[in-house]
Design a protein. Structure first.
Ligand code: HEM
Length: 136
């Protein structure tokens, strides 16, 4: 059980950097597309799909962590609970990105940048509140 929890925790801890990296790439690329009023491309759609898939994996690992932490008495309401709630909101906000993929003009760029900046701030705060915080 201990080894399994360690594997899931390390995976959840590591996948965060993929979420952060992909989120930053999309924010930068979409901001440029928004400023230059570019055509929303297949690459933009692909990046958002990859980000959603990676965040989905992080979400499932997080839910598994929640169950494992609850059944082994590790779940601390003030820190684990706050992280859980903040991340569920961040996940909901980040998943809005699929809503506008077929919208006209700069709307997908603009809305995705806004959604991902809000989700990014929530993720920053949600990890900061954990005992381990942003340390590697
Ligand atoms: C989407 C829903 C998520 C759920 C349900 C969730 C759940 C959890 C839980 C229960 C813990 C253990 C808390 C504790 O140590 O007391 C945890 C730890 C952690 N989570 Fe999440 N999480 C989610 C999303 C995220 C996201 C998006 C990130 C970062 C991008 C993230 C990064 C971390 C980190 C770095 C830890 C500490 C791991 C360690 O102790 O080494 N989580 N998460």
């Amino acid at each position: 059980m201990e080894t399994f929890i360690t594997i899931i925790r390390e995976s959840h801890s590591g996948v965060r950097w993929l979420v952060v990296l992909l989120g930053l790439i999309i924010i930068i690329k979409h901001s440029i597309g928004w400023a230059m009023k570019s055509e929303y491309s297949a690459l933009d759609r692909r990046l958002v799909s990859i980000f959603s898939a990676v965040f989905g994996i992080q979400f499932l690992l997080g839910l598994l962590m929640t169950v494992l932490y609850l059944i082994t008495g590790r779940f601390v309401m003030a820190t684990s609970g706050a992280h859980l709630v903040i991340m569920l909101i961040a996940f909901f906000v980040a998943m809005r990105t699929s809503k506008w993929k077929n919208a006209e003009g700069v709307i997908p760029f603009r809305n995705n940048v806004i959604a991902l900046v809000i989700a990014g701030l929530l993720i920053y705060v949600g990890v900061l509140g954990l005992p381990v915080g942003w340390s590697i």
